[in-house]
Design a protein around this ligand. Structure first.
Ligand code: ISL
Ligand code: CA
Length: 574
C-alpha cells in the first residue's frame, strides 16, 4: 500500500546557509520559517533540517553536545516548535538529522566518560595505551583522513572517532547508549517531527577493533560497515520507537553497496524506509568523490539502473550538503562554455531526478540551479574535510595547483555557500558579512528573478514536481534502461506488473549530457514511437501542433539538441 513518504518531495535545508533573520551572517530557524511560503509554493512536502542542536560547530553541527536543545546561533527551542507548527499549517512535515554514531566531545556524556563517572565509563570506545602515535590501539583511519584514535589527557587512554577527534564514537555494546538514543528519538517525535535522516547510520556497530586492511580511504572499514549488530540496533529502534509512531527514516549509508542497501531498506526487515547511496554521484570520481575521472553517460545509466531495479524503493537525490552542485558536476558546468547551457542543463537534471523511481530529495538552491563556489583559494574554504584532505595530499607530494584543482571540485563548501534569494546586497541571505562567501553569480542566479519567470529553472522544477505527482507510472512504475550511446541515454518508465504499478501510461526519457547536437541512432529512434509531452527546449510545442488530419508529430526526435531532455509518452502496453 502506498506510503505518504513515497508520494512526497523532501527538501533539505542546511540551516546555517539558508536564511539569516537576525543579521549575524548565519542562517537560522526564524529565517527558515520566513521562507515557508516559498517552500510550500515549490511543492515540498517534507523539510529535512541538517543539525540545529547545541554544538561547538567543528563539523557544522554534526558534532552534537546536547540533542535536546537548539544551538543559539540557530535560535531557541520555541523557534523550533514554531517552525514545526507553521510548517504543519501548510501541510509540510519536518524531519530532523539524527547523528548517533558519535557525539561532540563537549557532550555531557563524554565529559563524564573521560572522568570514569559511574555508569558513563563505557559510553564511548576507550583503549589503554601510552601516549605515542606509534602505538595506537589499531591502524584505523578516519573519514577525515586522520588517525581514528586520539589520546585523552584526562582519562589517559585512547578513544575512537571515525570522524574528527572532537566527534567521539558512541559504544553500542553498552545497552545504556541505545536507551539514551531511544529517548532522543521520542523527545523529537513528541515534538511533532515526522521522522529522521540518519547520519552515517551503517557504521554504529564495531564488530572488532582489530587492524584493518590498509587502504588510502578508511582503513578498518570492514570491521564496522553494515555489521549484524548495526542491523539489530535499527530493528530495535524501528520496533520500539519508530513504528509505534509511524515515523519515517532515510539512512545515510557511507560506502554502501547494493546488497547491504537491500538489507537496510527492505520493507520486510523493518530497519530503514530508504537509504542514500553514493554510487551514482561517484562514477566520475576516484577515492569516493575526491579525484576526478571522465564522465560517461552510459556509466551513469548503468549505475542508476542497478539501484533503480535493485531496491524496492530509492531515495532519489543529486545534491546534498556534502556533494558538489549537480549542474557543475554533471551539467554544463562540467564543460567549457558552462554558462551557455547552464539553464538548460539544470532543467535536464531536473527531468532526470523527477522521472526516476523513488522519493525525490531537493537540496536548497538546487531548484534555482546554484553552482559550485567561485572561491579562488583554500583560504576562503571553511570545511575541515577539505583542509584535512589538502594536508594529506600535500604529504603525498601533490603540487599546490593540482591540490586546488581537485579540491575545488569535491569540497563540501560547494554546497554550503548561502542561498541566493535575490540580486540585492548579501543576495537576500544576510545583511551582515556571511559566514561563508556568497557566489558572485547571485546577480544572475537567484530565487527572486526566477520566481515569476515561466522559463526559469525554478518554474521547471515546480512543473516537474507536479508532473511526477500526477503520474502513477512515474511514481510506482518500473525502470528499464533502454539506450546509451556517447552522451545520450534513454530509459523507460512503465506500469509495474503489480496492481499499484501505475496508471497505464508509459514514458521514455531521453537525455543528452553534452553541449553538442547529437544524432539518435536508428535503433534509438525506433525505441519509442510516441508523442513528446515534455522537454527543456519546448519541443513538445512542435509535437503538439498536429496538422489537420495528421497524427501528432511523431515524437521521437532524430537528434537531441545540446543538453536536451525529452519525455515521450509511448502507447500503453507497447
Ligand atoms: O560524502 C560521503 C561520500 O562521498 C560520505 O563519506 C560522508 O562524508 C559520510 O557518509 C559522512 O557524512 C555525514 O557524517 C559526517 C558529516 O561530516 C557529514 O556532513 C554527514 O553528511 C559526520 O557526521
Ligand atoms: Ca542568524
Amino acid at each position: 500500500m502506498k506510503k505518504w513518504w513515497q508520494e512526497t518531495v523532501v527538501y533539505q535545508i542546511y540551516p546555517r546557509s539558508f536564511q539569516d533573520s537576525n543579521g549575524d551572517g548565519i542562517g537560522d530557524i526564524p529565517g527558515i520559517t520566513s521562507r515557508l511560503p516559498e517552500l510550500a509554493e515549490l511543492g515540498a512536502g517534507v523539510l529535512w533540517l541538517s543539525p540545529v542542536y547545541k554544538s561547538p560547530q567543528i563539523d557544522n553541527g554534526y558534532d552534537i553536545s546536547d540533542y535536546r536543545d537548539i544551538d543559539p546561533i540557530f535560535g531557541t527551542m520555541s523557534d523550533m516548535e514554531n517552525l514545526i507548527a507553521e510548517a504543519g499549517k501548510r501541510g509540510i512535515k519536518i524531519i530532523m538529522d539524527l547523528v548517533i554514531n558519535h557525539t561532540s566531545d563537549e557532550h555531557d556524556w563524554f565529559q563524564k566518560s573521560r572522568r570514569r563517572e559511574n555508569g558513563y565509563e563505557d559510553y564511548y570506545i576507550w583503549k589503554p595505551g601510552k601516549k605515542d602515535r606509534r602505538n595506537l590501539p589499531n591502524n584505523w583511519t578516519s573519514f577525515f583522513m586522520e588517525d581514528a584514535w586520539s589520546f585523552d589527557e584526562i582519562r589517559r587512554e585512547y578513544y575512537l572517532h571515525l570522524f574528527h577527534k572532537k566527534q567521539p564514537d558512541l559504544n553500542y555494546r553498552n545497552p545504556k547508549v541505545l536507551e539514551e538514543v531511544k529517548n532522543i528519538l521520542k523527545f523529537w517525535l513528541d515534538k511533532g517531527v515526522a521522522g529522521f535522516r540518519c547520519d552515517v547510520i551503517n557504521v554504529l556497530w564495531k564488530t572488532s577493533l582489530a587492524d584493518g586492511k590498509k587502504s588510502l580511504m578508511l582503513t578498518g572499514l570492514e570491521h564496522y560497515k553494515c555489521q549484524e549488530g548495526n542491523h539489530e540496533i535499527l530493528r530495535t529502534l524501528r520496533k520500539e520507537v519508530l513504528d509505534p509512531r509511524g515515523a519515517f527514516t532515510v539512512g545515510e549509508t557511507a560506502m554502501v553497496n547494493l546488497e547491504e542497501a537491500k538489507l537496510l531498506s527492505d520493507a520486510a526487515r523493518r530497519e530503514l524506509d530508504m537509504v542514500f547511496y553514493f554510487d551514482h554521484l561517484e562514477m566520475d570520481r576516484r577515492f569516493a568523490r575526491f579525484i576526478p575521472k571522465k564522465f560517461r553517460a552510459g556509466e551513469l545509466l548503468a549505475r542508476l539502473a542497478k539501484w533503480q531495479r535493485g531496491l524496492e524503493w530509492n531515495a532519489v537525490y543529486l545534491e546534498n550538503h556534502d556533494q558538489s552542485r549537480i549542474v557543475s558536476h554533471y551539467g554544463s558546468g562540467r564543460g567549457k562554455n558552462g554558462q551557455l547551457y547552464w539553464e538548460r542543463s539544470a532543467k535536464l537534471l531536473a527531468v532526470l531526478e523527477f522521472t526516476l523511481r523513488g522519493t525525490p530529495f531537493i537540496y536548497q538552491g538546487q531548484e534555482i540551479g546554484m553552482t559550485n563556489f567561485d572561491f579562488t583559494g583554500l583560504d576562503q574554504v571553511k570545511d575541515i574535510e577539505t583542509h584535512n584532505l589538502n594536508r594529506l595530499m600535500k604529504k603525498l607530494l601533490f603540487p599546490a595547483w593540482l591540490r586546488w584543482k581537485w579540491l575545488r571540485l569535491s569540497s563540501r563548501d560547494n554546497a554550503r555557500t548561502p542561498v541566493q534569494w535575490d540580486a540585492g546586497p548579501g543576495a537576500g541571505f544576510t545583511g551582515a558579512a556571511p559566514w561563508l562567501g556568497i557566489n558572485s553569480n547571485y546577480g544572475r542566479i537567484n530565487y527572486h528573478d526566477q520566481k515569476n519567470d515561466a522559463g526559469s529553472v525554478l518554474s521547471f522544477y515546480k512543473m516537474m514536481i507536479r508532473f511526477r505527482a500526477g503520474s502513477g507510472t512515474i511514481k510506482y512504475g518500473e525502470f528499464r534502461p533502454l539506450y546509451a550511446k556517447g552522451p545520450i541515454i534513454a530509459y523507460e518508465r512503465r506500469p509495474a506488473q503489480t496492481p499499484r504499478g501505475g496508471d497505464g501510461e508509459s514514458f521514455v526519457v531521453l537525455l543528452n549530457f553534452s553541449g553538442k547536437k547529437t544524432k539518435l541512432s536508428g535503433a534509438a529512434a525506433a525505441l519509442c514511437p510516441g508523442t513528446v509531452i515534455l522537454s527543456n527546449t519546448g519541443r513538445e510545442a512542435l509535437s503538439g501542433t498536429a496538422r489537420a488530419g495528421q497524427p501528432p508529430f511523431p515524437g521521437v526526435p532524430a537528434a537531441l539538441e545540446p543538453w536536451e531532455a525529452v519525455v515521450v509518452r509511448t502507447p500503453a502496453g507497447r
